[in-house]
Write a protein that binds this ligand. Structure first.
Ligand SMILES: [Zn+2]
Length: 357
């Protein structure tokens, strides 16, 4: 694509995102919109054109800015890097795809055609104009060759580890863009908390805060102090600890009151530990685990809200009021999600904790 064609692509993208027009949308709402924009991009432009890296970087930065700030311009630093966001949820990301990497993977189709589709018109043209009888594996483009063809040749080097004697190793059916993307993308360690956070019982807005908690990516006072934008690191909710993720969501006196009381109401113990792991490893039914995770994520969400509210006006809701809000949402969630063929043990538990009326 020419530079002008590329600028049209960026312009379209900016207009599309502007058309969403709402900075009031939550992060999870913006995530859905960014995902749809990027998906549309893969399905058309990125799949069929070789697009300049600078343009795709621009596309990524527009999506990133919208995701974190609600607009196309840079407002604040992202709490999590774009590479991590573009990793699968099992690796702690949000499952978006990086358009630059996807474009390279899509170009990998052209390499596959050169190996296995010699009758395609494009491959015949490549053989006639560029390869001229050279063996493709050994071919190197000259310096006066077009930018587009050089880009295709660079992709050959990037995907080289996926091939052995002309065979694509990552998919028995042959090269696919998805398998090429898997080879090219940055890999991160598998995380232990993704199934708990992305549990279907939990509400997206709360899942996002829980994701930031699990990633330890919230901007808390301990971090602000090291950046020189806070005078101290004292916890805003209890004033008796350093405000970091472990303190605020596990050991803080305010958080403890919420978890202790919530545990009593739900008939379980919610001690000062990693509750996502604790619930996962308990011998609960899937339904009970889902409801408990929903409760813990709701608690994280409200603790974060109250922490921010305290920062603004120094006022904080009493833990009992926070708990009644959490239980209200739990009742609604349970009421709208229960299936008629409930196991008797679930009916007994839900009835005992007054979530099943
Ligand atoms: Zn505290």
């Amino acid at each position: 694509m020419s530079k002008d064609d590329c600028s049209i692509l960026v312009e379209k993208l900016i207009n599309r995102i502007r058309s969403f027009g709402s900075k009031k949308l939550s992060f999870s709402g913006r995530l859905v919109l960014v995902s749809s924009v990027l998906t549309a991009l893969y399905n058309y432009w990125v799949n069929i054109f070789v697009i300049r890296k600078g343009v795709l970087n621009k596309v990524n930065s527009i999506c990133r800015n919208y995701l974190w700030g609600g607009g196309t311009e840079f407002i604040r630093s992202p709490r999590v890097s774009w590479e991590k966001i573009c990793s699968p949820k099992s690796e702690g990301g949000l499952g978006l795809r990086d358009s630059s990497v996807w474009n390279i993977a899509a170009m990998g189709k052209l390499l596959w055609w050169i190996y296995y589709n010699p009758d395609r018109v494009w491959v015949k043209w490549v053989n006639q104009v560029y390869l001229k009888g050279h063996f493709w594996d050994d071919y190197q483009p000259g310096i006066d060759i077009s930018w587009g063809w050089k880009s295709v040749c660079k992709v050959k080097d990037k995907l080289a580890s996926g091939y052995s004697n002309g065979q694509w190793l990552l998919d028995t059916k042959g090269y696919t863009i998805q398998s090429g993307y898997e080879l090219l993308r940055l890999k991160f360690q598998t995380v232990t908390w993704h199934k708990q956070i992305w549990n279907p019982w939990c509400i997206p807005k709360r899942q996002f805060i829980a994701w930031l908690v699990a990633r330890e990516a919230l901007l808390l006072k301990e971090r602000l102090l090291t950046l020189g934008v806070a005078n101290d690191a004292d916890c805003l909710l209890c004033g008796r600890g350093i405000e970091n993720h472990i303190h605020l969501f596990q050991t803080c006196e305010y958080a403890r009151k919420i978890f202790d009381e919530l545990g009593k109401l739900l008939g379980v113990s919610l001690p000062a530990t990693d509750l996502l792991q604790l619930i996962e490893h308990e011998q609960h039914s899937q339904l009970k685990k889902g409801v408990l995770l929903c409760a813990v994520l709701a608690a994280y969400y409200h603790i974060w809200l109250q922490r921010n509210q305290t920062r603004v006006d120094g006022c904080v809701l009493r833990p009992t009021l926070v708990i009644s809000q959490i239980m209200k949402v739990l009742k609604m969630r349970v009421g709208s999600s229960l299936k008629p063929d409930l196991a008797s043990q679930d009916v007994i538990w839900l009835s005992s904790v007054k979530l099943y009326l």
